[in-house]
Design a protein. Sequence first.
Length: 287
Amino acid sequence: MLHSDQQNPSRWVSLFWDIAEMSDPLDLARKLDAESETSFKQIPFEEWVRHLLGYHALAVQRFMQQHIMLGDHILRHLRAHPREREKYAAVERHLRQRSPFVHYVIQQVLLGNRPRFQQRQACPPLDVPGFHLLARPIQLLFSTRQKGLTTTLKILDVLSARFEKSHSSASIIDWTRPLDTSMLYLSETLLSDSTDTLVETLTDADIINFDAFSPADLLHHPTRVRYIESKWHALRDAVSECCAAVPDQVARILEATRALHIGRNYHSSTALLHGLRAYLVSNHLRI
C-alpha cells in the first residue's frame, strides 16, 4: 500500500508554489529537506531492496520522480529569474548536511543539468548521493553471503527492523551513515535453527575472548575491557533486533539463555537476557 503522497507525485506541485514565496535560503533549504525526508521515510524497506536488485519498485520510482519534478521546476524558474541563482547557491550550501537526494537536485540545477535519477536499473548510480546509504550494504549482503533462502529472508527482516529504527522512525536521519550490516554475523547465529548450535557458538567465542583477558587488564589495558563490553552490547542489540524482526525466535533464544546460565556463561546469558527484555519492553509483552 502506497502512502498518499507516493500515489500522487503532483502533491509536490504545491511545494513549488510555497518555495517561490520564500526568500530566506535557510528556510527554503529546511522546507525542501523536510519534504524529501518525509517522502523517503514512507518508502518500505522491501521496496528499496526490490529496486536495488533490479526489480520494479513503484514507491522508489515515484520518490525519484518527485525529485526530478522539483529539479525541472527550479531549473525553469532560474532560467526565467537568473537573479535567483544566488539564493539557490546559498540553499545548496545549507543542504550539504541534509537530504542527499534534494541536495543533489539543487546541485545539478545550479550546473544547468537535469537530475539524472534513473527509473529502472539493477544498480542505481552510486555517484548520486543518497543511494550509497542502502545500495552498498544491500548489494554487499547478496554478493558475499551464500546462505539459504530462509536465512536470507530472516536477515532481510532484521535489516528491515534496523532500517525502521535508523531511518524510517528516526526523528533526524544521519545521512552520512549507510545502513549498518557489520553485525549481521550475530543475526545469522541467533537465527540458526539449532539452540545447541547457538549455545556452542556463543560459548566458544567467549572462551576465546576471555582466555586472552586477565585481571590486570582491568587496570592496565582498558581497551581490552572496552572490546569485551562492545561484544556484549552488540550481542544484546542483535537479540533485540532479531526478536523484533522474527518474533518466533523469542522462545528459542530464551531457551538458549537458560542453557548458557546453567553452564555459567554469564557474559552471553546476560546479553541475551537484556536483549530479550529490551524487545519485550518495547512491545509491551511478557514471557
